[in-house]
Design a protein around this ligand. Structure first.
Ligand SMILES: Nc1nc2c(c(=O)[nH]1)N[C@H]1C(S)=C(S)[C@@H](COP(=O)(O)OP(=O)(O)OC[C@H]3O[C@@H](n4cnc5c(N)ncnc54)[C@H](O)[C@@H]3O)O[C@H]1N2
Ligand code: MOO
Ligand SMILES: [Mg+2]
Length: 419
């Protein structure tokens, strides 16, 4: 039996090839309360000017600025208070010379007033107050439309709905919003060695950690999943379960069985279901055998069985694909520069992704590998909030070198792939 030879492709090319085939789901309408984290499927317009009327930004007195001209410490100018309003109630008064309205923050500026004097700038008396400086026309006024005008586009299609979006929708009284559907995800852990948390650990068996980890990774980004039974290494069983999962879900994530072992059946599954394999070898470590296949708008992620490889594969390929399927404008992981805290003398022909603790301090961003970091490591994932990226090459890396890090424990995305 001869081993299948695979052609490893660069990581960037692999990510781009996945993104290229992913299509977004259909839009639908749902209530604003339920819309958090969905992607907007339409531009949203301001239905009126914000602020909606000229208003006071302070608690104080509304005056006509002309009446204040010439006021100094030695020549205080007096005002008579003729009305008293809080936010929510306009004044019926039209100011005459020397008159003022006592006004609270958020209340509409009365007719005849064009400036607001803060309480702290006055000395109050029985009839009103005096001031010691002159005010300019428009001083201390929040102007109608200064933030946005009626019909301005205030939210762009493709924007992820966050608390700010909810606030803007509420501002304009929108109760429903058009968003893109989220993809549905099936998770299948494959491997005859795998058992669940309650099963006895017979010799040679291990517990399935990848399944629950992927579920958690999806839940972290507000994606619902269906977890299938652990699938033993059996070709027909693997074909049947993947077919079944594809009928019900947009994305099918399997773990294990993607390498060249005698019981690694995923390559045969893709063949049997006639899926187009985008790649089955990536120039990266861990996760070199990560495989992504595509069939009728369904994406099949064949993540490696080794936990750290599985984790890296999810962040690099699955997460951007989910973002794209939801029609987000920003889909790629945030990648920034950091200073390496440890030597990596051994050169590697593949790009290395090292689970690491990224710390942000006043003197810069630092990246420290989070312990035992091989492909089969699981504990290192816990202590990481990012991955150090060491490009392939002939030289090693030394402490103090600048490197790129990909933030994993992070809910922000980029428009461009900065790998
Ligand atoms: N001759 C070669 N052998 C291997 C190659 C290669 O290129 N040539 N690649 C190696 C690399 S790199 C990796 S990574 C692994 C990938 O293996 P598979 O994706 O086929 O995964 P399995 O063989 O099923 O399992 C690998 C490893 O992970 C454990 N595992 C599997 N599933 C889980 C799970 N759900 N939870 C926790 N741990 C899991 C499994 O027991 C194995 O120890 O192949 C190398 N071999
Ligand atoms: O895919 Mo393996 O995890 O590169 O070591
Ligand atoms: Mg294998």
């Amino acid at each position: 039996m001869s081993v299948e030879m695979r052609t490893p492709i660069p990581v960037k090319e692999a990510i781009e090839s996945v993104i290229q085939v992913v299509k977004h789901k259909e839009p639908f309408t749902l209530s604003v309360e339920e819309s958090l984290n969905y992607i907007l499927a339409e531009d949203v317009q301001a239905t009126y000017d914000i602020p909606r009327f000229n208003k006071s930004p302070y608690d104080g007195f509304a005056i006509n600025s002309q009446d204040s001209q010439g006021a100094t410490g030695d020549n205080r100018i007096a005002f008579k208070v003729v009305d008293h309003i809080g936010a929510g109630t306009p004044s019926n008064v039209k100011l005459k010379n020397g008159e003022a309205v006592r006004i609270m923050t958020g209340a509409p500026i009365p007719d005849g007033a064009d400036a607001v004097v803060m309480f702290e700038q006055t000395v109050e008396n029985e009839h009103g107050f005096t001031i010691r400086k002159s005010f300019e026309q428009g001083e201390n006024i929040s102007f109608k439309g200064e933030e946005c005008r009626e019909q301005d586009i205030v939210l762009d299609k493709g924007q992820q709905i966050n608390s700010g979006v909810i606030a803007v929708l509420a501002t304009f009284g929108y109760q429903h919003v058009k968003v893109f559907q989220k993809p549905t995800v099936a998770i299948i852990a494959t491997g005859s060695e795998l058992v669940g948390p309650k099963d006895p650990l017979e010799p040679g068996k291990i517990r399935n950690s990848n399944g629950p980890m992927i579920e958690a990774l999806c839940r972290d980004i507000n994606i619902e999943t269906t977890t299938y039974e652990i699938q033993e290494d059996n070709l027909q069983g693997c074909i049947d379960i993947v077919k079944k999962a594809m009928m019900q879900h947009d994305i099918v994530i399997t773990t294990g069985g993607v390498s060249v072992g005698d019981f690694d059946y995923l390559p045969k599954v893709y063949e049997a279901i006639d899926a187009e394999v985008l790649f089955n070898k990536v120039q990266m470590r861990p996760g070199s055998v990560t495989t992504v296949a595509y069939k009728d708008n369904h994406i099949l992620f064949g993540l490696s069985g080794n936990p750290s490889a599985c984790y890296s594969g999810f962040h690099l390929f699955t997460k951007p694909a989910i973002q794209k399927m939801m029609a987000a404008q920003e889909i790629y992981p945030v990648i920034i520069e950091a200073i390496l805290n440890e030597d990596f003398k051994k050169a590697n022909p593949f790009t290395r992704f090292i689970r690491a603790k990224i710390s942000f301090s006043n003197d810069g961003v630092y990246a420290a590998p989070s312990g035992f970091n091989k492909s089969n490591a699981v504990v290192a994932i816990v202590k990481s909030n990012g991955m150090i990226i060491l490009p392939s090459g002939t030289r090693g890396y030394a402490e103090g070198d600048k490197v790129k890090v990909l933030l994993t424990d992070h809910q922000s995305y980029e428009r461009a792939l900065n790998l």
